[in-house]
Design a protein around this ligand. Structure first.
Ligand code: GLY
Length: 562
């Protein structure tokens, strides 16, 4: 069966070339750029910058705007990671990842016989971790913001209260989720008021506007205490969830030292655990240093074979060693040691694929839902912010907090719900990422900033569950090794290998038909990924100092700036 799929793919990849150009230029601006998953959110960010706000001000405003106009991943009921590089070169990283509620325990998704209760960690009230977004934004603003907090929340309030037009993609997604919205919401949410949504329909989110108003007026207390907290805890009681007043009160984002690595002319600034993204990205880029990717050519046979083999080894490490560092001793130094990383390729063969079973290290991690959203910002002073934020899968747990109008995440599914238990994809999770009260679940989010010769060079990140890391990796190589524009690098077809399952997810046009066939002959099982891999947002500083925005054509993504 797998062979038939592969041959079909090979045929289609010959005839179905990628229509997106690798040489396209994105929007080029003189001073400032915002790239997000939605044109209205990008415009909100750009307007904050026009008013004199800095990149962090814009990031806060965009986070709240996305919670309104891009509800499948934008959020106030989820969490995320933020990486900052200021114009003077100083760097910082904020972890506002969700946490397991205090009443969570490692076997909470198992029946009394130890059997996994499918879906319980994925849909419904019990799937939600304690949201981190509002605390994250409050902390980000307190430490780095310059405009008043109220001004940053206000645009989102207006979008929610005055309504906004649905894009064709968003209307389709709301229609697809309708059954689950009905099933998991004892109180009917706004999203099902119409039987069917169409492009251009106006969506009004009055309850969300009221919640955002409380956040505008009271900051953190507008979400974690008072009316919003009452509504959230009541929602938990109604649906059998476990987030309590104490969990909300106890939630704290964490400022962390960003992970950095110097590779050739570039310094990579990215997210440390509890995201696996930064560690895996640095490992992948370290391996790429020793191979002539430019000479081999973009997604050529040799380049694709090498990259797949590198990904196989890096994801094996990721599965075993990564989890919340407050709960599990992550061997960070060892994993980032260049000699160790390079030793992982000692059994690399140029002629054939390695069997994933023969690659040592980890137990595979659970499959991740391909959602989430990323935005990139550079302000006129040269401050840069890279943010990836999520509810986990599309529309999270599908649960709205009644009266408060926002969706809850289903981030508990990013834990290993039973270490050693294979899920529907045959994947099992490790001890490092087992559930514990208060623990943060492992993530793949990879918000990243690159310096070139000491100057800001690129701001980049993506959505896409476990494919986030390989998406960011490929985009960086597309620019740094192959000289693509920011837009071209994001347009380019992608492939993804994650050790297990031992196959290569491949977008249409990511490799040509002949290359695909030759990869297959080396032993790589190519599997077409029709919905696309990742959706990225990037900004590149051009040689003349102008900024190029790269907005992903796979979504409604848009760049805005001046
Ligand atoms: N929920 C997707 C991630 O954190 O990577």
């Amino acid at each position: 069966m797998l062979k038939k799929i592969a041959f079909l793919f090979l045929f289609l990849s010959v005839v179905g070339c990628n229509s997106r150009s690798l040489t396209d230029r994105g929007l080029v601006t003189e001073k400032a750029m915002v790239v997000t998953a939605h044109p209205l959110a990008s415009e909100v960010g750009a307007e904050i910058l026009r008013r004199g706000g800095n990149a962090m001000d814009a990031a806060v405003a965009v986070q709240f705007a996305l919670a309104v106009v891009y509800p499948d991943a934008g959020n106030i009921g989820g969490g995320g990671f933020l990486v900052l590089r200021q114009q003077d070169g100083s760097i910082d990283a904020l972890d506002y990842r969700e946490r397991a509620p205090a009443a969570a325990h490692r076997d909470m998704y198992l029946d009394k016989n130890g059997k996994v209760l499918e879906n319980l960690s994925f849909k419904g009230h019990l799937a939600a971790g304690v949201p981190g977004t509002v605390d994250g934004m409050v902390q980000a603003h307190a430490k780095y913001g310059s405009l008043p907090w109220q001004e940053l929340v206000q645009p989102a309030i207006e979008l929610a209260a005055n309504g906004f037009a649905l894009t064709q993609k968003e209307a389709k997604k709301l229609n697809q989720q309708r059954k689950d919205f009905i099933k998991y919401n004892p109180v009917k949410p706004t999203f099902i008021l119409r039987d069917k949504w169409h492009e251009g329909d106006t969506l009004y989110l009055k309850h969300l506007a009221q919640t955002l108003t409380r956040i505008r007026d009271k900051g953190r207390a507008g979400f974690y205490e008072g009316t919003t907290a009452d509504m959230l805890v009541a929602e938990m009681k109604r649906g059998g969830g476990i987030i309590s007043y104490e969990d909300l009160k106890a939630y704290q984002s964490v400022w962390r030292a960003p992970l950095t690595a110097t590779l050739r002319d570039y310094k990579v600034i990215t997210m440390p655990p509890p995201s696996s993204g930064g560690v895996a990205l640095v490992q992948l880029l370290t391996l790429a240093e020793d191979y002539p990717l430019k000479i081999w050519g973009w997604n050529s046979l040799q380049a694709a074979h090498f990259m797949i083999e590198a990904e196989r080894r890096v994801y094996a490490d990721r599965a075993k060693h990564l989890g919340d560092p407050a709960y599990y001793k992550v061997p960070l130094q060892a994993l980032l040691d260049s000699a160790y990383i390079k030793s992982r390729m000692k059994d690399f063969s140029e002629s054939e694929a390695t069997d994933s079973d023969a690659v040592s290290a980890g137990i595979p991690a659970p499959a991740e839902s391909p959602n989430t959203t990323h935005y990139s910002i550079v302000d006129p002073q040269g401050n840069a912010v890279s943010v990836t934020t999520t509810l986990n899968s599309s529309f999270g747990a599908k649960v709205f907090v009644a009266g408060a109008g926002f969706l809850l995440n289903n981030e508990m599914n990013d834990f290993s719900i039973k270490p050693g238990y294979p899920n529907t994809y045959g994947l099992v999770g490790g001890e490092a990422n087992a559930i514990a009260p208060g623990k943060r679940m492992l993530s793949s989010m990879t918000p990243t900033i690159l310096e070139k010769e000491g100057e800001l060079y690129m701001v980049v990140g993506s959505m896409g569950g476990s494919t986030i890391i390989t998406t960011v990796y490929q985009i960086i190589l597309n620019v740094t090794a192959h000289g693509h524009s920011m837009q071209g690098a994001i347009n380019a077809g992608r492939f993804h290998h994650q050790w297990k399952p031992d196959w290569v997810l491949t977008e249409w046009g990511a490799v040509g038909g002949v290359t695909g066939l030759r990869l297959w002959l080396k032993g790589h099982k190519l599997v077409p990924k029709t919905g696309g891999i990742g959706r990225a947002a990037g900004i590149l500083v051009l040689p003349d100092g102008k900024l190029e925005g790269g907005a992903d054509p796979r979504g409604d993504d848009a760049a805005a700036g001046f």
